[in-house]
Design a protein around this ligand. Structure first.
Ligand SMILES: O=c1[nH]c(=O)c2nc[nH]c2[nH]1
Ligand SMILES: [Zn+2]
Length: 450
């Protein structure tokens, strides 16, 4: 069904962090431009009349028993070129993993045909898992990175995409680095301008991001030039920040300051910046991120492999930082944001429930640390949208209609039904056990894309 249309049924969303709102039998009217025009509850005086009119014109999608509408998921941090590596090569720490597996793989994206076949498969997989917006690192290749943007446009996925800038001769191999700071800045500029001008991108479904890979892979001149580019182009920015012991210590040793402080000095922290990981940030770093209005992409699954630390999610939710979730493919081995909701809850639980006076200090956690399913869901939806400063992630008039339909009765489903399940129970079961077979329709900008 093409917009305009109406969809009527029960929707779950989390307009505020930690607050699940259940819209029972809501009538959601999606306008021709793909936005939410109006949401009518059953007690609205025109509810019956508008529902009947939509039905009469063949523009009503009535949800059946066991079908629930959710806002589309936002993946705040993912490496598109690493998709062929999903689920393997996780035997090494970050610094070795980059050199041994990841840079050789990313170097292959000078080949347009290879890029196109991987990106086609990746974007299809993400949409089928309910990811309606993805914030992608591509590679350092200009053409290959534009192929990713073209693929998102063709398949209808909302995206923020960065051509990866990396020129440091010590951290980047000869076969995979920008030849100079000037080249890194110029290719980044061309990428931003060409992406914005792509045919079919008039509504900016796909947006560019200035993307220094991380401070260790960039020279000072590249970082300051990218800061100037960011100011000139007023676009998003993404990078890795304080991810692991090695990455964090490397920056401290090079500058005598933390990653966060240096990113701010280079002009790279803005309201549209997304910092991946942030595991080893200190209190003053988090305060600085908050003061700049930047967001953090929490990547719980990847953190189990590379971080050497547990992200203090509870504390930052309470502090009010802009926060969302990232799969961090392929440091994270799942393409699913729902999976990452579960890993976020598990990591937070481990931190919380480790508190036991009989345990040695090194094995004790730091309660209160756990998070609730509604908080994980907020991160996956409204939190991600807020971090990106985009009108997505919840059902409200004026927001874009990016959504997914979950059928708890779908064949191959792992969701159990009990006769005493209320709607809050069903929501928790979806969050814990829904998978790709349950996600039966996905919309972006009101268009059915999966
Ligand atoms: O998880 C990560 N994946 C990467 O590709 C990367 N590059 C720098 N730092 C990184 N961390
Ligand atoms: Zn990453």
């Amino acid at each position: 069904m093409k917009a305009p249309f109406s969809i009527c049924g029960t929707a779950f969303h989390a307009p505020k962090r930690g607050e699940l709102e259940i819209l029972s039998d809501a009538l959601i009217e999606v306008g021709a431009d793909g936005g939410i025009d109006q949401i009518l509850k059953p007690d609205h005086p025109h509810y019956d009349e508008r529902k009947s009119a939509a039905r009469a014109s063949g523009m009503l999608r009535l949800l059946g028993d066991g079908e629930y509408l959710l806002p589309g998921f936002v993946d705040l941090h993912i490496h598109a070129p690493q998709f062929p590596q999903l689920g393997k090569a996780l035997d090494a720490p970050l610094e070795d993993w980059l050199q041994k597996y990841t840079f050789p793989l990313e170097a292959r994206y000078s080949d347009r045909a290879f890029a196109s076949s991987v990106y086609d498969s990746l974007v299809g997989t993400l949409l089928a898992n309910g990811t309606t917006t993805a914030v992608y690192f591509a590679t350092r290749h200009l053409d290959g990175s534009l192929v990713l943007a073209e693929t998102c446009l063709a398949k209808g996925q909302r995206a923020v995409i960065g051509r990866v800038a990396m020129d440091d001769i010590h951290q980047c191999p000869d076969y995979y680095r920008d030849a100079s700071p000037d080249e890194g800045i110029e290719l980044s500029r061309q990428f931003i301008q060409r992406l914005r001008a792509l045919p079919g991108n008039g509504k900016a479904l796909v947006r560019p991001a200035v993307t220094p890979r991380f401070i260790p892979s960039c020279s000072d001149r590249l970082l300051s030039g990218l800061g100037e580019l960011l100011e000139a182009e007023a676009c998003h920015m993404q990078t890795h920040c304080s991810e692991s012991d090695w990455a964090h210590a490397y920056v401290l040793e090079r500058f005598g300051k933390s990653d966060t402080e240096m990113l701010a000095e280079f002009g790279l922290l803005t309201r549209q910046s997304i910092l991946a990981h942030a595991n080893l940030m200190g209190t003053s770093d988090f305060d600085l991120v908050q003061a700049k209005g930047s967001g953090v992409a929490h990547c719980p699954l990847s953190n189990f492999y590379f971080a050497n630390a547990v992200f203090p999610l509870r504390r930052l939710l309470d502090q009010g930082l802009h926060l969302g979730l990232g799969t961090d493919i392929s440091g994270g081995h799942s393409p699913s944001i729902l999976d990452n909701c579960r890993h976020a809850m598990t990591a937070a639980r481990a931190l919380h429930d480790g508190v036991d006076a009989r345990l040695p200090a090194a094995r004790r956690g730091a309660a209160p640390a756990r998070i609730m399913p509604s908080e994980a869901f907020w991160l996956a939806t409204a939190g991600g949208g807020e971090a990106l400063d985009l009108p997505i992630g919840l059902f409200r008039e004026g927001m874009r209609f990016d959504a997914l339909l979950v059928d708890v009765n779908a064949p191959q489903s792992n969701i159990t039904r009990a006769d005493n399940d209320g709607l809050p129970d069903i929501f928790q079961k979806i969050l814990c056990n829904a998978g790709r077979p349950n996600i039966t329709s996905v919309w972006v900008e009101g268009r059915c894309v999966s």
